[in-house]
Design a binder for this molecule. Structure first.
Ligand code: BES
Ligand code: MN
Ligand code: ZN
Length: 462
């Protein structure tokens, strides 16, 4: 989808589809001399949230798409619903382009740029299709360009650029997540990451298993050694900021398939473990969006890509490995593999002297028990960073909730044989996983997001 921002008198615009509230629709219909047609067509329309009506007119505006409930004031969550309804119904129409004019909606605490961003996000979210592996893919929506109409352009100079960047980043993430695990393996993630290096401010490198062995990444390698597919530590550098600016580091869990290893998972639903690289997909999409938006920051993105398989070469429960930090780990469950690849990735991230590290991982089933699919868990050693992430979640509707990273939980990782075990007990599984990661971060602001519940959908919504 391509977005632009437009202003000016709605009555003067020419478009195959204008998306508006009922009040605005009446006004525009009157200006076009179509009051009679519009009144007749909207007679039975219920003007409430999640309702919509499309009226075909003639003249400069070929269609009016009326969005229900848009003449009331509302909170941010309700506007998101309204935007979603507008997007879903707009995407059903046989139009290549449209003008969305919903800036008149009063949203508590939010201004025009937020409304524009929310509308663009709703359209991108709903326009996405994944039909690559169907011999006859369903026809995609015909909409390709959208003008977002604002009453006042103030504050919107970067809105279209950000909307377009987000659109590209979202599609990149979702394509990576949806790709089957026989295609999306660690080398595929590396190949996709390399595409980002077309941009002059971006470079991509990788640590293959040999290089990782030289850096003593025994934790990472204990996971990848069970698979015929070699693991990769992918490093992307984006220099959009000043040379002297310390980078922000993003680290993603990229387990391209998680069988559990020798601690094999049950068969039912195991296909969903192709989504165990969604942390990687998330940081790769974020990186693409940051690049396309031309953000003036330096970014280091690290993807820990490996496949967790059982084989004659796989790690056994009871094995002890040494991470690149020098700390030793007794692997009591090979299905707790995410933390093993991430601990070496976190150690590597710190060699770039970042000012902040954020890792994103489908790390535990336990976080789904705690928060379901509606929120990601945030853990941080820095409350300012945690609050920034929570605020970003509120702002975008991709919500997060802070969980404790207290010392009291650390002892569950005690091991009789090594510096630590890779699992805690039955309780607080997402917290103890975060505690494990915290042991590999030293003197830098860091947050961990457990997105096992929020990253992907199951069942028929898969
Ligand atoms: N990839 C899983 C976590 C997961 C579960 C993600 C469900 C998405 C949906 C992770 O590697 C895992 O298996 N974790 C174990 C940890 C346990 C062995 C301590 C879990 O959650 O059961
Ligand atoms: Mn696992
Ligand atoms: Zn996993």
């Amino acid at each position: 989808m391509k977005y632009s921002i437009t202003d000016g008198n709605l009555n003067d615009l020419r478009t195959p589809c204008l998306v508006v509230s009922l009040k605005t629709a009446k006004r525009v219909a009157r200006a076009l001399g179509s009051t009679a047609i519009f009144s007749r067509a909207s007679e039975d329309f219920k003007d409430s949230i999640e309702q919509s009506l499309c009226v075909n007119l003639s003249g400069n505006v070929a269609r009016l798409l009326v969005v229900g409930g848009a003449d009331e004031s509302m909170d941010a969550d309700k506007f998101r619903k309204l935007a979603n309804n507008a997007a879903v119904n707009l995407l059903k129409l046989p139009v290549k382009t449209a003008i969305v004019a919903l800036d008149s909606v009063k949203v508590t605490g939010e201004r025009t740029p937020w409304k524009a961003a929310t509308l663009m996000h709703a359209i991108s979210y709903n326009a996405y299709r994944y039909g690559k592996h169907k011999s006859k893919p369903a026809t995609p929506p015909s909409l390709t360009t959208v003008r977002v109409h604002v009453n006042d352009k103030k504050g919107t100079s970067s809105s279209a650029r950000l909307g377009n960047a987000l659109d590209a980043g979202l599609a990149f993430s979702r394509d990576l997540g949806n790709e089957p695990p026989n295609v999306c393996d660690p080398n595929y993630l590396l190949k996709e990451a390399r595409k980002l290096a077309k941009h002059p401010d971006v470079s991509v490198s990788n640590l293959d298993e040999k290089k990782m062995a030289a850096l003593n990444m025994g934790a990472f390698l204990s996971v990848s050694k069970g698979s015929d597919k070699p693991g990769q530590m992918i490093v992307i550098r984006y220099n959009g900021g000043r040379k002297a600016d310390a980078p922000i580091a993003l680290v993603g869990k990229g387990i391209t398939f998680d069988t559990g290893g020798i601690s094999l998972k049950p068969g039912a639903g195991m296909d969903e473990m192709k989504f165990d690289m969604c942390g990687a997909a998330s940081v790769l999409g974020t990186t693409k969006a940051a690049i396309e938006a031309g953000l003036k920051i330096n970014l280091i993105t690290i993807v820990a890509a490996a496949e967790n398989m059982p084989s004659g070469g796989a790690t056994r429960p009871g094995d002890i490995v040494t991470s690149s930090s020098g700390k030793t780990i007794e692997i009591l469950n090979t299905d707790a593999e995410g933390r093993l690849v991430l601990c070496d990735a976190l150690t590597h991230a710190q060699t770039f002297k970042p000012k902040t590290i954020i890792d994103v991982a489908t790390l535990t089933g336990a976080v789904i028990v705690a928060l379901g699919s509606k929120a990601s868990a945030v853990y941080a050693n820095d409350d300012k960073l945690a609050n920034d992430l929570l605020a970003a979640g509120q702002n975008s509707g991709d919500k997060a909730w802070q969980m404790p990273l207290w010392d009291e939980y650390q002892s569950s990782l005690n091991s009789n044989f090594a510096d630590m075990a890779n699992i805690g007990g039955r309780e607080a599984g997402s917290v103890t996983a975060a505690c494990f990661l915290s042991r590999f971060v030293d003197g830098v602001s860091w947050a961990h997001m457990d997105v096992a519940g929020s990253a992907f959908m199951g069942g028929s919504a898969k």
